[in-house]
Design a protein around this ligand. Structure first.
Ligand SMILES: C[S@@+](CC[C@H](N)C(=O)[O-])C[C@H]1O[C@@H](n2cnc3c(N)ncnc32)[C@H](O)[C@@H]1O
Length: 258
């Protein structure tokens, strides 16, 4: 039976995702405790004390899963994930391929919208990253109201087989150092009208990915960068753009198969 999860939040926003189980667990920052002993009689919004900390119990939705996730590789953040999902038209019931899976940052966003009739295939070639990603996705499966059929294939995305999982994909998202190596191999798996995206931290990657997409017969739909400017409360009242500089994450390339 699938373990259910809930989120515990500190007042400063620090979030812990915990399995609702009888056995004692050890959570970094909270120590050892038996979740069901403390949480079984509680509901969302209740305050509980664990170790030295007061925490609020909240439903573990996408923001909590993201804040409380285990991390190894750099993750795709909501600024870019949200744009990709909207621009590529990813939603309920679709079949999506993402590589590399890393810690599952993007995969959490995908799982959140695909619904139980959707299919998500993740590919990761480093076992230590796959292990972290799998744990984050197990937490999502035990938290979200709906979760897609999910396969994690361990290996090089240029060599794995999708036979028996899907016939074709509605969308493919590549977050790899060298996406251009696999664009032509993966394009036949994309349905006509489907979109393939590359997440490119540096401009030389964008250029090579762009060329590879055109050589594979894809049409560039959107290429560029999303800027995010965060506002804060000013000390003398009012709100204003914060002092944190606008950070670069990656260039995004979205190409369509016509
Ligand atoms: C930046 S991380 C991915 C982060 C992930 N998309 C997220 O949002 O959390 C890139 C991942 O791609 C994996 N990778 C690199 N080349 C790969 C390949 N050819 N096939 C599969 N995975 C690959 C790396 O091991 C790494 O975990």
């Amino acid at each position: 039976m699938m373990v259910k999860y809930t989120a515990l939040k500190e007042d400063d926003g620090r979030t812990y995702i915990v399995p609702l189980q009888d056995d004692e667990i050890k959570v970094k920052g909270l120590g050892r405790f038996s979740p069901n002993q403390i949480l079984s009689e509680s509901k969302h919004g209740d305050r509980v004390s664990i170790g030295q900390k007061m925490l609020t119990i909240v439903k573990s939705g996408l923001p909590e899963l993201r804040k409380g996730m285990r991390r190894r590789a750099q993750i795709i953040n909501p600024k870019d994930a949200g744009f990709l999902l909207a621009w590529m038209g990813i939603g309920s019931g679709q079949r999506v391929l993402e590589a590399g899976h890393g810690s599952g940052g993007l995969a959490l966003h995908l799982a959140n919208v695909l619904g139980s009739n959707g299919t998500l295939v993740s590919v990761e070639n480093r076992p230590e990253h796959a292990e972290v990603g799998r744990e984050n996705m197990q937490r999502a499966a035990g938290s979200l109201d709906e979760f897609p059929s999910w396969s994690l294939l361990e290996g090089d995305v240029g060599n794995v087989s999708f036979d028996g999982i899907v016939e074709e994909f509605d969308a493919i998202i590549l977050d790899l150092p060298e996406p251009w190596d696999v664009v032509s191999k993966l394009t036949p798996w994309l349905r006509k009208g489907g979109r393939l995206a590359c997440y490119c931290p540096v401009s030389s990657q964008l250029e090579s990915a762009w060329r590879a997409c055109e050589e594979a017969g894809l049409q560039i739909d959107w290429a560029g960068e999303m800027m995010e400017r965060i506002w804060t409360k000013a000390s003398r009242g009012g709100v204003r753009p914060g002092n944190t500089p606008m950070g670069h994450t990656a260039f995004l390339l979205i190409a369509e198969k016509r």
